[in-house]
Design a protein around this ligand. Structure first.
Ligand SMILES: Cc1cc2nc3c(=O)[nH]c(=O)nc-3n(C[C@H](O)[C@H](O)[C@H](O)COP(=O)(O)OP(=O)(O)OC[C@H]3O[C@@H](n4cnc5c(N)ncnc54)[C@H](O)[C@@H]3O)c2cc1C
Length: 519
């Protein structure tokens, strides 16, 4: 049965709704800096903070407003428990490498707290245990092994038989001394501190190109040039496409979140299951009470049918676990996924020593952003980091997996080529609030009719690498199934790697006539 609560009219992310918007200037002239960071999310802002503390002259370019990307739509658990991962790293790459990952992420939990205390930032940081649970027999042994490996690595990990919700489980794994926070309450004051101490921060200044050299030049959408000794790409999915072939080893996955009040008191802890469909739970202090946050329903960006169903499923899950009072917020977002479950952080490519990257956080980018910032600082200042090997974007085990990735993701090529050849559904009336691909002059046009009845057209070929875009009914956006770029119904970029908006080649009146004639 379809859930009748009208989630579509709810405000978006609670993290955005509960904080003020920032207002930093656009870059208006060419500049030269020591280090340029492209992207003002969790990675960009913390990295600027750490570099500035070392006396490095730093600037950040942000395409929109800072801390409004994935970081503003996260669940914001700060934990070194990233599903079931340590045993996999140990088996693939050895205990020492797994140990680097554990140390980096355990450090990050404390360091976010240290920074918030040192900078007097109130960000609702709360110590919590993190629990992965399973409802399937097949995952029990995996969890047992993960506990063994995590314990070997010095993490306080233990077995649990039950969790304090009406969910029957086969078992679970608890990590002590983890935490949760409010990401924008942390980052907005940190960005203010950065700028008050000399970091240059430019909003609404998208980087669209990069010319690598002894001095690297980054070009903005407004045509301004930034010359830098080094550049850090912290744009979530790397915006730079010419080298490194990150598109052949990254994909994006979306997930959905709802926030609501409930009759029950939240029992403490942060929970996630080990299987699909994914389910993640935490609470957030809210107006003297509690806001429950449920997240889940992973899928590859741009793939699947009616995206509204993901919200319906999540609401059904929340109704089974809690007695929901008010459904208050809903949002969705996406993260970059790597081939082996470990992010790519470090030198962008070995023959480009002054270009750095931090991406592929696998939905565990809070602690990994902090770890990335420290790793990049160490590479820049000392030339080496104790964790560089585990995160190395050019690691050898990835090379072997690229082939498998391409085979497994043959759907990517299918979308790339077949998308253009596939039959277009018959043109039909487009209701208000609805988007569709329609046929005009033998080509495909994306059409969306807004709430006032006005039709908006876009060319549905992604400006990144030419894949065909799909309509996302829940967020009213055009989403790329290949590399995760997303565009508004009017063609503006929501998520990269695309750096150019969509254009419309068709005339609205012609399309209106076409629809009427066929309807
Ligand atoms: C549903 C979901 C739940 C999650 N929950 C958790 C969790 O509980 N714990 C956890 O650890 N992690 C979680 N994550 C992951 C985490 O939120 C992300 O990994 C992290 O926020 C990524 O930070 P970022 O700085 O790399 O990206 P972003 O926050 O997206 O920042 C990148 C910035 O770069 C800007 N940008 C992009 N292109 C350009 C360009 N060309 N020029 C200039 N600027 C540009 C963007 O506008 C954006 O502001 C979750 C992810 C998802 C999808």
């Amino acid at each position: 049965m379809e859930d009748m609560r009208n989630f579509k009219s709810l405000p978006n992310s609670y993290w955005i709704a509960s904080t003020d918007t920032t207002d930093y200037p656009e870059l208006q002239q060419d500049i030269a800096v020591d280090t340029l960071i492209v992207g003002g999310g969790m990675v960009g802002i913390i990295t600027a903070y750490l570099l500035n503390k070392e006396g490095i002259q730093t600037a950040i370019l942000e395409a929109g407003r800072i801390a409004m990307g994935t970081t503003a739509h996260t669940t914001a658990k700060i934990t070194s428990q990233h599903g079931i991962l340590y045993d996999k790293i140990k088996n693939q790459r050895g205990l020492d490498i797994a140990s680097q990952y554990a140390q980096a992420n355990e450090m990050a939990i404390c360091e976010i707290k240290n920074i918030s205390q040192a900078c007097k930032i109130e960000c609702d940081y709360l110590p919590q245990a993190a629990i992965v649970y399973t409802q399937q027999d097949k995952n029990v042994e995996k969890i047992e092994k993960e506990i063994e490996t995590a314990s070997e690595l010095g993490i306080k990990a233990s077995w649990v038989d039950e969790i304090p919700f009406p969910i029957t489980i086969k078992g679970g794994m608890k990590f002590e001394d983890q935490a949760q926070f409010h990401p924008r309450k942390f980052l907005i004051p940190l960005a203010e501190k950065n700028t008050s101490e000399g970091v240059q921060l430019y909003e609404n200044t998208r980087a669209v190109d990069l010319e690598y050299g002894d001095k690297t030049t980054v070009i903005t959408v407004q045509g301004k040039k930034i010359t830098a000794n080094r550049v850090i790409i912290a744009s979530h999915y790397p915006f730079y496409n010419k080298h490194g072939m990150y598109y052949s080893r990254l994909y994006t996955e979306r997930a959905y979140a709802i926030a609501f009040t409930a009759k029950e008191k939240y029992p403490g802890g942060m929970y996630i299951n080990a299987e699909d469909p994914s389910r993640s739970l935490r609470f957030q202090p809210y107006k003297g009470g509690e806001l429950m946050i449920a997240v889940g329903e992973n899928h590859k960006t741009g793939q699947g049918d009616d995206m509204n169903n993901h919200y319906h499923e999540l609401i059904r899950f929340a109704d089974r676990v809690f007695t929901m009072k008010d459904l208050l917020y809903r949002w969705s977002t996406q993260d970059c996924m790597t081939l082996d479950g470990v992010p790519y952080v470090g030198r962008y490519q070995h023959d480009r020593p002054n270009l750095y990257v931090a991406t592929g956080f696998e939905k565990w980018g809070m602690s990994n952003s902090m770890a990335s910032a420290a790793l990049l600082r160490d590479l820049i200042i000392k030339g080496t980091s104790p964790w560089q090997e585990v995160y190395d974007p050019s690691r050898k085990n990835i090379a072997g997996q690229i082939k498998t990735f391409i085979v497994e993701n043959a759907d990517l090529a299918k979308h790339l080529i077949m998308g253009k050849l596939a039959p277009i559904p018959e043109n039909a009336e487009i209701q208000q609030g609805e988007g569709k691909v329609i046929e005009a002059d033998g080509g495909r046009t994306g059409a969306y009719r807004d709430e006032k009845g006005k039709l908006h057209l876009v060319n549905t070929t992604c400006t990144h690498m030419g894949c065909e875009l799909n309509w996302n009914s829940a967020e009213r956006s055009w989403d790329c199934p290949c590399h995760g770029s997303r565009f508004t119904w009017s063609g503006e970029i929501i998520d990269g790697p695309a750096v150019d908006p969509l254009t419309a080649e068709q005339d609205v009146n012609t399309i209106e006539k076409l629809i009427k004639d066929e309807f």
